[in-house]
Unconditional design. Structure first.
Length: 381
């Protein structure tokens, strides 16, 4: 097990009245988005600690549940936007890699696409989501761009491709759906019905050309896209033309502290992605006709775990955890049915696993019903 010191930096403990189902960072790490059973998704921004006193209150000593309580470190977290609309529990929420879109999903069987407002958007619109009472600290505003209703049961998970404007969703209806922007409309571009029970979790690999899914049927599936591989080649050409570092291939943060020139280069790549969606080549299709299926299974492993699999994270290796209390790590290449490593990680169900992002050290984290959060590291023997 990976041994290290953990410093508790801040806690959000006065804001939520119901369970928080998921929490994710934006691509730059400056924002958190929390999906709650109160029917909302809230966006939290990292702020310098000197703006907040040590009791988690604003500098005028007014208690504010929308401000995290500082523990250690130089930053605290401030609620800057509330996204509403779902009828009941929000199960998952995620930023796309450009920070332009947020997807939320819930028990009401819907997926909401929220788009970040630009200066040209009417800020008096009732569709605009912001902090109540027009808080001056809010710098983010989103409006509802689409409500997707193709799933017939709870939507458990949404995740964006790290490089293309493609969204994947997983549902209690046993299906995986891929969504794309076509003629300014969000459409289901493919439905995958390969699992026999609830699909709990999805994860794209680092370049967005493969997608892994896990299910209550104990199976692991991996899909590959030919179009995504071609798209990555085109995107890399754009990146090289503007001499933008390869680290910016994922299109950068919502807000950036880079130099003006680096900011310009980053936005050239970002503008290409937003202006050339992965399914743009289908624009010549007759109206009402959807693109042919592109994501095809390259691996399907029955009984990969002995009980339902609840979480997957796809990095260089595929990391999974489930109801058998086991963590498994597998290479998705040749001989993919061979488990690289497996071990008993918790004494109860494993609810989530995650690789440390943008890191090649093999560090990952797991959390279980035994109330432990554990950090691990893959080490070559």
């Amino acid at each position: 097990m990976f041994s290290t010191n953990i410093h508790h930096q801040a806690v959000i403990d006065k804001y939520f009245k119901k369970t928080v189902r998921s929490v994710r960072f934006s691509s730059d790490g400056e924002y958190l988005i929390c999906a709650s059973f109160d029917g909302t998704a809230t966006i939290w921004s990292r702020k310098p600690r000197e703006d907040i006193d040590s009791n988690g209150e604003t500098t005028d000593s007014t208690p504010d549940p929308g401000v995290s309580r500082a523990i250690s470190g130089k930053h605290i977290w401030v609620c800057v936007c509330v996204l509403e609309g779902h009828e009941n529990e929000v199960k998952c929420a995620a930023f796309d890699s450009t920070g332009t879109y947020i997807a939320t999903c819930g028990r009401d069987k819907t997926i909401w696409i929220h788009q970040r407002s630009s200066p040209g958007v009417d800020t008096d619109s009732s569709d605009i989501s912001r902090l109540p009472h027009g808080s001056a600290r809010s710098s983010l505003e989103f409006y509802c761009a689409a409500i997707l209703t193709a799933h017939s049961q709870d939507v458990k998970c949404v995740t964006w491709s790290p490089t293309a404007l493609v969204l994947a969703s997983a549902s209690y209806d046993n299906t995986i759906r891929l969504w794309g922007l076509l003629r300014q409309d969000w459409l289901c571009i493919q439905t995958i019905n390969i699992h026999a029970s609830t699909v709990w979790s999805l994860s794209f690999d680092l370049d967005g050309t493969r997608l892994a899914a896990v299910s209550a049927d104990r199976a692991l599936s991996v899909f590959e896209s030919t179009k995504a591989r071609d798209y990555i080649s085109q995107l890399t050409d754009v990146q090289q033309q503007v001499a933008c570092p390869s680290a910016m291939l994922k299109l950068g943060p919502i807000d950036t502290s880079f130099s003006h020139e680096m900011n310009r280069k980053t936005h050239v790549v970002m503008d290409y992605q937003l202006g050339h969606p992965l399914i743009a080549g289908t624009l010549c299709l007759p109206f009402g006709q959807t693109p042919p299926d592109d994501w095809q299974p390259c691996h399907f492993i029955q009984d990969y775990h002995s009980r339902p699999i609840y979480s997957v994270d796809f990095n260089t290796f595929i990391l999974t955890g489930g109801g058998d209390n086991m963590v498994r790590v597998m290479s998705p290449g040749e001989g993919a049915t061979r488990v690289r490593i497996e071990f008993l990680a918790h004494s109860s169900d494993i609810n989530a696993v995650s690789w440390k992002p943008n890191d090649s050290s093999g560090i990952f984290v797991s959390v279980g019903d035994d109330e432990y959060i554990k950090l691990w590291q893959l080490v070559d023997a």
